[in-house]
Design a protein around this ligand. Sequence first.
Ligand SMILES: NC(=O)c1ccc[n+]([C@@H]2O[C@H](COP(=O)([O-])OP(=O)(O)OC[C@H]3O[C@@H](n4cnc5c(N)ncnc54)[C@H](OP(=O)(O)O)[C@@H]3O)[C@@H](O)[C@H]2O)c1
Length: 285
Amino acid sequence: MKKTIVFPNNREVLNLGQGTWRMGEDESKRDAEIEALRTGIDKGLNMIDTAEMYADGKAESIVGAAIKPYKREDLFLVSKIYPYNASKERMFDSCEQSLNRMGIDYIDLYLLHWRGDVPLQETIDCFEELKSQGKIRDWGVSNFDLEDMKELLSLKNGKNCQTNQLLYHLASRGIEAVLTDYLKENNIPVMAYCPIIGQEPELRKKVNKSTVVNDIAENHGITTIQLLLAFVLQQDNMIAIPKAGSKEHVVQNIEMFDVKLSDNEMTSLNREFPVPDEREPLDVQ
Ligand SMILES: NC(=O)c1ccc[n+]([C@@H]2O[C@H](COP(=O)([O-])OP(=O)(O)OC[C@H]3O[C@@H](n4cnc5c(N)ncnc54)[C@H](OP(=O)(O)O)[C@@H]3O)[C@@H](O)[C@H]2O)c1
């Protein structure tokens, strides 16, 4: 289901973007990866998520190559900084390198990849400095649990955080126990990573074996993986960023804009893959 998601700064994006983890790792896949990203952009997926970590910067280089034909202002580029680089000594160089690899002069949303040892206030101050230098438009975090979010929002300028990028899919719904409500109350959208279960073959098998999942997928004439994505796209306050390394997969993913699961179907999925009753440790990849 296609939705528009509004960040706290009032910038708007669609609830589907493109992930890039594992892009750039295999030179023989380069052309297909660039073609996949361009197919997505051509069909309206202007948000791309990457990180300095992915393939040691080579994923950012793939993004840079893919976006060359497009106008910078038509794109929404997200990158992430390693926690150990998120300090006043290192963040400015890291950011510059990400900009160079992508061939751009600003990042739309720059995220702290996960919480490390650098004091949060120092990281926020660096993000704010990068904003005033025009190197980033905004910043956010990733893999922050409830306590981390509470602490972040209590710090100076902490409320400028635009998103929390979290693992979320039909078979991993721990964040719905409390974290998603807290983020919603604070108008902070979730960027759902691994929305189609990434590289977890056992979990994928579990979903594929479910009669409920198979019946609903069949009813809509879609694959079970497409159904996983349709489920995430139906959530409120959430952007899904599946990674697709081929044009065909991108097209299949975009088709999920047109799928609306009925209330009965959502109820059946919720029963089959319930939200845990109690908080669990944050699921991360
Ligand atoms: N913040 C964090 O800590 C964090 C952690 C993990 C991921 N992420 C971000 O989130 C993005 C998504 O997560 P992810 O890449 O781990 O997992 P994912 O998007 O859930 O799954 C990616 C896998 O699904 C396959 N796929 C894509 N579309 C498909 C389709 N229509 N039919 C069948 N298979 C399909 C891909 O294969 P092909 O490549 O062959 O298309 C790939 O193997 C990442 O790329 C990254 O940008 C962030």
